[in-house]
Design a protein. Structure first.
Length: 685
């Protein structure tokens, strides 16, 4: 009797290992591995192979049994670890990540939990942009969402194929793949990248590879079916029985392929050269090449000495854990380590170590459990995830019971320093959520930035109004609507992230585009009144070298030119919010506890306020008001936040409630602080 072979095709595990390694390279060192994203395309081919293997095993079952068996095996493999990593990531998010990252990731966690991380993205959510920013710790779950969504299609695609003559089945899968490929190239890149329909062709290649490899029987000897999924118990039942001639299908296309090992080595080298090539290659060409090349390699690579290496095979074993774990760790480094390359290497090593620990202590264990026990584990983890993700909302609901709120900040007279500490945290965490105005119909779905129009205005309103600026425009939107909406027949709102309306901040391409966009919208709208809500960014920069007056100051001349264009299209007045000092976000969370412990508020004032470039921003605005004559109206928050008694700016109240949030917006409490300013302005329109 021949020596029993491993229960997995080690070469396929080796391909998985190389795929996860190039993905890690792309995420951790994109400047050196710009084509590493192709590893995910290879995963899709391997997944298609595995799906077809599981379905072929059960093809003699009834349709209902086949579908049930397929889902039970796939979900048993994927869900427990996936849900555990989401849960641990959320716990780490609350305890270790910057508070400004919490709100975005709560939303992303829900999408990941429901396997819709690959939903249609706005421009702000583009995958490669998220990779560069690394704010979303669940960005990488898009590929699992694609795969799970395909699970709901593939059993029925397979069942239809069983009604087609075997010789025509390859054509059937080919047509499906071709339609998907055409769709992939006919829709925008951001849609194609995330769409399950634009990825079906990659799964189809894997399925066809399995069918080609299993089309002829192997020689009768003790052998188990190739298995990518640690389901040894199924393979053991399929050991070859020489007497009954019942044996596992073989994975070689034909006996000729026994002599094609040189082709496997050539294919492996080509794929490695492409995926680790240090310069970005055109994805429209290399993606189909690598996808089909991976399928070709899988046909030839059985017993390949390189791919069957035990080290690569083990990396393939831990690849699922490693894929799920590495991105949150990288995101933490990106958000907190200021680009430290040594810590980046530590983050990469930590990802590998934690993946090994997770694989050995959790992944192996739950795969040995019965389907019933795994089902109970999945339900428990899912419920825990929902509770953890929604913990702040649950807490807010409990705190609101029995209280009567009448303002945006939800403060009541009986609140304490402890309440202030909690709300200061919540206002920062919910900062982005609070930028949404319920009355505004947004052009870009899912973001409070960009352009929108307010609805539900009074029929007696007389004036066309426009509010523009950076995110402070959205920050003030609800309050402005409440105070000015009764006098408006229309309100157009334009908010651009990090971009001032009078100057293209940091001279970035985005802000240059928004700079033009502000002027074009005002020119087309021709409002009666316009309002600029913005915090200073670039207009506080010092004079350039050899410049000593505004007459030669490029920044100011740009501001003046934009102002003149705006007022030429405004019928009555342009209200401009003057500069106030910025804040140091991290100090906000010490306010309430420090006051509670008796810290001098002046000390907190000095810790919280950032005066950098503030004076120059005020000077440029002052000159702008002079050159605008009477058509520009200055709106000043300095009297609201400057404490005459102490000679300091104070961004919190006596009970420790902060007027600002970590992302440098006014908190709901801060909005209430300045509400009277806008109430007076709107009353006089």
């Amino acid at each position: 009797m021949n020596e029993q072979k491993p229960s997995k095709r080690l070469d396929l595990q080796g391909i998985r290992a190389l795929a996860i390694l190039v993905v890690l390279g792309f995420h951790f060192y994109p400047e050196f591995f710009p084509n590493g994203y192709l590893g995910v395309d290879q995963f899709f081919v391997l997944s298609g192979f595995l799906m077809c293997m599981l379905l072929k095993r059960a093809e003699n079952q009834s349709a209902c049994s086949l579908v049930t068996l397929f889902y039970s095996k796939r979900f048993k493999r994927i869900l427990p670890l996936y849900l555990l990593i989401i849960l641990i990531s959320m716990i780490c998010l609350y305890n270790f990540f910057p508070d400004t990252a919490i709100e975005t990731n709560k939303e992303s966690a829900l999408h990941a939990l429901l396997f819709v991380s690959n939903r249609a993205k706005s421009v702000q959510e583009d995958y490669f942009q998220m990779l560069s920013i690394a704010v979303d710790i669940f960005t990488h779950t898009w590929s699992l969402s694609v795969e799970i969504q395909f699970y709901f299609l593939v059993p029925f695609i397979f069942l239809l194929s069983t009604n087609i003559p075997e010789k025509l089945q390859y054509g059937y899968y080919g047509v499906i793949g071709l339609i998907s490929l055409v769709y992939f190239y006919s829709v925008p890149g951001t849609v194609a990248f995330n769409s399950v329909f634009a990825r079906i062709w990659q799964f189809m290649i894997g399925m066809v590879v399995y069918l080609l490899g299993s089309s002829k029987p192997t020689y009768p000897h003790y052998r188990v079916l190739s298995n990518l999924d640690d389901e040894e118990e199924d393979c053991k039942k399929l050991l070859i029985d020489e007497e009954s001639q019942e044996f596992c299908p073989k994975e070689k296309f034909s006996e000729i392929l026994k002599f094609s090992q040189p082709g496997a080595y050539v294919g492996l080298v080509i794929l490695l050269v492409i995926t680790v090539f240090p310069f970005a290659l055109p994805p429209g060409f290399v993606r189909p090449f690598v996808t089909m090349g991976t399928g070709f390699l899988m046909l030839l690579s059985e017993d390949n000495l390189i791919l069957s290496n035990r080290i690569l095979a083990y990396i393939g074993d831990i690849s699922y854990s490693l894929y799920l774990i590495h991105w949150p760790i990288y995101a933490y480094w990106k958000l907190t380590c200021n680009g430290n390359q040594i810590l980046l290497a530590v983050a990469l090593a930590s990802s590998v170590i934690l993946a090994v620990i997770t694989y050995e202590t959790f992944e192996k264990c739950y795969l040995k459990l019965s389907s019933t026990n795994v089902g109970l584990l999945v339900v428990l983890l899912f419920i825990l995830n929902v509770v953890v993700i929604q913990k702040d909302d649950i807490s807010d609901h409990n705190d609101s019971i029995g209280r009567n709120f009448t303002s945006l900040d939800n403060l009541t007279d009986d609140m304490t320093f402890d309440d202030a500490e909690k709300l200061n945290y919540r206002w920062t965490v919910n900062d982005n959520k609070n930028l949404f105005a319920p009355t505004c119909v947004y052009e870009s779905v899912g973001t409070p930035l960009g352009w929108c129009r307010h609805t539900g205005l009074s029929k007696s309103g007389k004036y066309k109004m426009a509010t523009i600026g950076n995110s402070w425009t959205a920050n003030h939107a609800k309050m402005f609507y409440q105070e000015c909406g009764r006098k408006a027949k229309s309100i157009m709102q334009g908010a651009a992230y990090g971009c001032e309306p009078f100057y293209p901040s940091t001279q970035s391409a985005t802000c240059k585009s928004n700079f033009t966009d502000f002027e074009e919208h005002i020119r087309q709208e021709k409002p009666d009144y316009a309002f600029i809500f913005t915090r200073y960014i670039s207009i506080g920069a010092p004079f350039a070298k050899n410049v000593s007056s505004f007459e030669n100051d490029e920044v100011y001349l740009t501001m003046k030119g934009q102002m003149l264009k705006l007022i030429s299209n405004i019928k009555y007045k342009l209200y401009i919010l003057d500069a106030v000092p910025r804040i140091v976000g991290g100090a906000i969370f010490r306010i309430a506890s420090s006051l509670k412990n008796g810290t001098d508020p002046v000390i907190l004032d000095k810790q919280l306020v950032d005066f950098s470039e503030y004076e120059m921003a005020r000077k440029r605005y002052a000159q702008l008001f002079q050159d605008c004559n009477e058509k520009c109206v200055r709106v000043d928050y300095v009297p609201e936040f400057y404490n005459n008694a102490t000679g300091t700016f104070r961004y919190f109240g006596e009970r420790g409630f902060s007027f600002v949030t970590g992302p440098m917006h006014l908190s709901p409490h801060g909005i209430e602080k300045v509400r009277h300013v806008w109430r007076d302005i709107c009353a006089k329109l």
